[in-house]
Design a protein around this ligand. Structure first.
Ligand code: ADP
Ligand code: TRP
Length: 322
């Protein structure tokens, strides 16, 4: 069975874009592959410098994945900082990675271009840590969004450099980038993102969720007039959750006129509550169970260590530490 590994930064509350663009694929892959998924909290320290935020966002991410169907018996689910192997292998890779190679990384180039004062060594080194994350587990495939393609290419280059210098050690992984994943629009029509504060949060209390849906920006076409579904955020989001039949029905309503945006928003809200009803219930149920969540991540770390420590031992032999 092919092995698949991915990492997710604990960046805040899960929204519809996160679910449709990433979480859903991560949950589905556990039925098809030997799956590893981790919370990339070491990477998150490049941006999150508040310990309470680090703790709560990590916890929320773990609960969100479990509520949305991640099965810890099927997926090795763990927290990156629970394993020392990631940082250890990162150092070894640091010593075979050249500065100009890292200077080509988009994240670093963007930060420099924006004239950011606080560019840290951690941000510069981000792709090397990511290579360590991946190569420790010898996966065949790494499912990521388009924005991560370069990091996977860099991982492949680092693996090849190591293999050339010290002999065959690492499998060269492939990225798995789903082309058909739509960019989910936010309530203002831009890409839904926490940084634009335009999200619809899957686990928000119902009144807050309603507020988010009701504040989706729509045009000022009067109620009686026909409306263009293609130019409506409400319709575009609805389409991503509804069946073809439901979508066709709503499209007809838009085109016929006499159908207002308020009604469309109510339909979207109902659809969101229907789609995520069981997950929202599970979230409420397991969120207070701190020991249970802790246990799952500890168990996951134990299982992950079986693989990562084996790879690291092999690497240590190759470089002459053992
Ligand atoms: P945010 O932009 O809200 O900070 P992240 O960068 O933490 O979200 O994204 C986490 C995952 O969710 C990534 O794999 C990303 O590709 C996916 N994702 C985020 N927003 C969207 C969106 N609007 N449409 C599709 N996928 C998205
Ligand atoms: N850089 C990835 C992101 O921001 C997160 C990540 C860290 C990752 N390590 C990884 C993804 C290893 C895949 C494999 O989305």
């Amino acid at each position: 069975m092919k092995r698949v590994l991915s990492g997710v930064q604990p960046s805040g509350k899960a929204h519809l874009g996160n679910y449709l663009g990433a979480i859903r694929q991560h949950v589905e892959m556990q039925y098809e592959f030997d799956t590893f998924l981790f919370i990339a909290d070491l990477h998150a320290l490049t941006t999150v410098k508040d310990p309470e935020k680090m703790r709560s966002q990590t916890y929320e991410l773990a609960v969100s994945y479990l509520a949305l169907g991640l099965d810890p018996d099927k997926t090795v689910f763990f927290k990156q900082s629970d394993l020392s192997e990631h940082a250890e292998l990162c150092w070894i890779f640091d010593c075979i990675t050249h500065m100009p190679f890292l200077e080509r990384a988009h994240a670093w180039k963007d930060a420099k271009a924006k004239g950011k004062k606080e560019v840290t060594v951690g941000l510069f080194n981000y792709p090397v840590l990511q290579a360590a994350d991946i190569l420790l587990y010898q996966p065949d495939l790494v499912p990521v969004g388009q924005d991560q393609k370069q990091h996977i290419e860099m991982t492949r280059d680092i693996a090849k450099s190591f293999n050339n210098l010290f002999g065959d050690t690492f499998k060269i992984p492939e990225s798995l980038i789903k082309k058909e994943v739509a960019v989910v629009p936010g309530i203002d029509g831009q890409k839904m993102s926490k940084s634009y504060e335009n999200t619809i949060d899957i686990f928000a209390p119902e009144d807050k969720l309603k507020k988010q849906v009701m504040s989706i920006i729509t045009s000022s076409i009067p109620l009686e007039d026909p409306k263009d579904p293609k130019n409506c955020n409400v319709f575009q989001i609805y389409k991503l959750l509804a069946t073809d039949k439901e979508t066709a029905y709503l499209e007809k309503k838009y085109l016929a006129g006499g159908f207002g945006y308020g009604e469309a928003k109510n339909l979207l809200l109902a659809k969101i509550l229907e789609t995520f009803g069981p997950a929202r219930k599970k979230y409420q149920e397991i969120f207070p169970q701190k020991d249970y969540i802790k246990e799952i991540l500890e168990e996951g770390a134990k299982k992950a260590k079986e693989t990562s420590s084996k790879t690291l031992k092999e690497v240590k032999k190759k470089v002459g530490y053992l």
